[in-house]
Each structure stands twice: as C-alpha cells, then as structure tokens.
Design a binder for this molecule. Structure first.
Ligand SMILES: [Ca+2]
Length: 467
C-alpha cells in the first residue's frame, strides 16, 4: 500500500510540474461550481472581472484561446460577450468599486459565444480575435461583459482562489458600461477554473479514450469518443485506429472531431486507439481499448424505442424517461414506494456459467435500493445478487450482476425497486442470449364459441398472443 501511495504521489508531482511547462495552462482544479462568473446567466446583463496571479500562470507569451469550464444551463439569453484581458498589479479587488479600468484592458474577443458551448461538463473554448501577450510578471485580469437581455440559470467550473479575486455586477435592467462600471453586486474568492492556451511548443499527449469503455459492451450504432489530454501541446487533429485485430489498423487520419462512427457488426470484439497530432508532431498512441457488441439474439436494451421494449413485460408500470439516460436519449424509470416493489421484466434469457446482467442505474435520493430478480413464470420472483445501492444521488453507476448461480436455467430477469420513495433509472442493459420461444396462444373472438345462426361465409377473427 505504501508503494502505491508513493506511486500516486509521484504521478501527482509529475502532473503538477508538467502543468507549468504546458502550452495550455490550467488554473484551478476540482469540481466546485459557480453561477456568478464569468457571467450570471440568471440575470439579464453582466460585467465581471477575475484576477489570476502570475504564480498561478507562470508562463509568458501569446494567449490565443481562453477556456471556461461549462457545467450546465442554456446560453441563449447570455450569448453576446465582450472579453478583455489586461496586466495588473492588483492581487484582489479592495472594494466593490475597485474595478480594473477599461483603459488598462485590451479587448480580445467580441461576439456570440453560443457556438462554442460544448456538452455539459466540458471546456468551452473561445478563440481570441486578438491574442493577449502575457508578460508573466504582472497578474492577469480577465473581464467579461455580457450584453444579451433575458436570463436562464447557468453553472461554471470554479475553484477557491485568493479572497476577493472575483468581482461581478449583474442586473436585469441596467446593461453596464465597462468604461464606467457601476458599483459591483459583490466580490468572491470562488472564481472560474480556466485554461489559457499558448501556441504549441510540443506535441500533444496521448488522448484519453472515453467510450466504449475498455472491455465493456457497446451497441452496434455506438460512436467512439475521446478527449485530448491536457499538459502538453494542444491537439489539432487525430488519427483513429480501429478494427477486429488486437493491433487495429488506421481508419481515419487527421480528423478534427473527437468522435469516430464505426460500422459495427453484432457479436464482435473490436479494438481501437487514437493518436493526437499538432504542427509540432504526433502524440504517443493511446492505450488500445477493446469492446464487444451483442449478438442479434442477445439481451441488449437502451430504451430508445417503444416501451416496454419487444419481449419485455412491465407489471410495475415503469416508463420510458428522457431526462436522465446513460446511453442514447432515454432510460427506464420508476418512482418507488414504501409499500410496493415495482418490477420491469426482461425477455426470458438462457443463463450459462458465464452469464452476467450488465447495466447502468441512477437513483434520487441516494437512499434507494434496486434489486435484480429472476422468475420462471413472471409470477414468482427471487432476488439474485446483493441489493444495489447508490453512493451519491443523480449519479450513474455501472453494475455487473453475476448470474452463474442460475446457470442451466431459462429465466425472466427483473429490475425491482426497493421500498423507498425514490426515483430509479436503468439504462444500457446487456444480458444473456434471449431464449427462443414459441408464441403463446391466440384468443379467438368471432364467431363466438357455440354460436348459432352463423353466416355461411363467416369471418374468423382473433387477437394476437400476449406472450
Ligand atoms: Ca438509453
């Protein structure tokens, strides 16, 4: 264990020291958020300034891009920004009127930033129209003037810097003039995590692969995705290697997107890796990851179509829900009760000694308990595996339930809510092969049994089997 701690410390020290020489300088780490900076989306108009210390930056040169960490919220009503940068000897704002004057600032960007907004919890990169040549002697002030009326809450990545290193004004009625800013609404030490991008002096680091997870399942319409790894030169393009060989061939070169859409066959194991490139050179290749696709007859469900899916049964009245999902755009959802447990049943599956039920689940509040159950007849259900608990609310957790104790049987599997008032969500379900089954009996409807006086040319009608 001590060796492990030593290793992690070493990695941490390496990571920190690399950061200082990086072409991209990140200031602030962690997962804290703020609503107030760089703009307070919940108010019509904003003017903010934030001070980043020379000791936090420690790199001189042209800043060509600025990144804020976008957490959530719609930007439609907060999209028109003017961004300024400047050198300052201030280390904090001494009062709510202690703005850095506009005369000491350089306008580096003006325009609509909505096209730069990434998916939630990603860096929003704003290319500067005028790069800012930072002297690495003074501190850096970044000012944002937001000029779109209307509002919607937004959230941004933050960290705790020195006290009063952020100052902000917001108003629904007054659009502040950066040349004569009003008395600020407030000051704060919780300012934005940012990245300052300098021209590259080194090749990028190997990209970080995201999805499909290594050794995991993927649906046959899935897309490969990765993110650049910070700490060296910025990646401008990527080479993608993909295929069924364990050292896969190049399939896409110099692409700018951080996704690749492969053609996937059912029941196949694939391998992939990505190389990042820039004008200096190529990164080392990422690790080689593999994933497998389900066969056409395997339990594999993302709840994207009609609900319940074909072959499933829904005695517990679960519903398809599109607010939370792990895969695609929807999941299966049920609100639990303290008196009744609600089951969503899979088709009957053929369980072998290597069978698992692999799925993602989310719960709110975290006190909910989900159970996996099995049944030969969808009437009598027995739990398999332990109760599934949730360490945190509104967080997707990956679960792999070992079904080997049921090997040799064909059973229906079920997701069963515990006796808690909680919202349960299930998505991206992969399980054993679905048991081939003859259809159940049809129900005759007309002519009625024993009917008399029936037409000599009767029309026979019946309803389809329900199983
Ligand atoms: Ca889904």
């Amino acid at each position: 264990m001590k060796k492990l701690i030593l290793l992690f410390s070493l990695i941490a020290i390496l990571a920190l020291s690399t950061l200082g020489f990086a072409d991209t300088v990140q200031i602030g780490t962690g997962t804290a958020t703020t609503s107030y900076l760089p703009i307070y989306g919940f108010y019509g108009y904003n003017y903010t300034q934030q001070i980043y210390l020379q000791t936090q930056i420690n790199k001189s040169g042209n800043i060509t891009k600025l990144r804020f960490f976008y957490v959530s919220g719609a930007i439609t009503n907060s999209k028109d920004w003017v961004i300024y940068m400047g050198h300052t000897t201030k280390t904090s704002f001494s009062s709510t009127t202690d703005w850095v004057p506009l005369a000491n600032l350089t306008q580096v960007f003006a325009g609509d930033v909505s096209s730069y907004l990434p998916a939630a919890n990603n860096w929003m990169e704003i290319p500067l129209t005028t790069p800012f040549n930072y002297n690495n002697t003074d501190n850096l002030v970044i000012a944002v003037d937001e000029n779109t009326s209307g509002y919607a809450s937004m959230s941004w990545g933050a960290f705790t810097s020195g006290s009063n290193t952020g100052i902000y004004y917001y108003s629904d009625s007054v659009n502040p003039d950066p040349a004569s800013p009003p008395t600020a609404t407030s000051r704060t030490g919780s300012i934005d995590r940012i990245q300052l991008v300098f021209p590259n002096t080194s090749a990028p680091l190997a990209p970080t692969l995201l999805y499909p997870s290594n050794g995991g399942w993927a649906f046959t319409n899935d897309v490969l995705s990765w993110i650049p790894t910070m700490g060296a030169g910025d990646a401008s393009t990527y080479d993608v290697y993909f295929g069924t060989a364990s050292n896969p061939p190049l399939v896409s070169s110099n692409q700018t997107a951080t996704t690749y859409t492969p053609t996937l066959a059912a029941g196949t194991t694939y391998y992939w890796k990505v190389v990042a490139r820039n004008e200096i050179g190529d990164s080392p290749a990422s690790d080689i990851w593999s994933f497998k696709t389900p066969t056409t007859t395997q339990l594999a469900e993302s709840f994207e179509g009609s609900f319940p899916p074909a072959g499933w049964a829904n005695p517990g009245s679960w519903t398809r829900y599109s607010t939370y999902y792990k895969h695609g755009t929807a999941s299966a959802y049920k609100y639990g009760s303290t008196t009744t447990q609600y089951i969503l049943s899979t088709p009957k599956v053929t369980i072998t000694s290597t069978s698992t039920l692999d799925f993602w689940a989310l719960c709110s509040p975290a006190s909910g308990i989900l159970q996996i159950v099995y049944s030969p007849d969808r009437t009598t259900w027995t739990q398999v595996g332990s109760d599934i608990t949730f360490a945190a609310t509104y967080t997707w957790y990956h679960n792999v339930i070992d079904l080997s104790s049921l090997a040799g049987n064909n059973y229906y599997l079920g997701f069963r809510t515990g006796l808690q008032s909680a919202s349960f969500y299930v998505d991206a379900v992969f399980g054993p092969e679905i048991t081939p089954e003859a259809p159940g009996p049809v129900t005759l409807t007309s002519p009625a049994n024993g009917a008399t006086m029936v037409s000599t040319l009767p029309t026979f009608t019946w309803t389809a089997p329900t199983t």
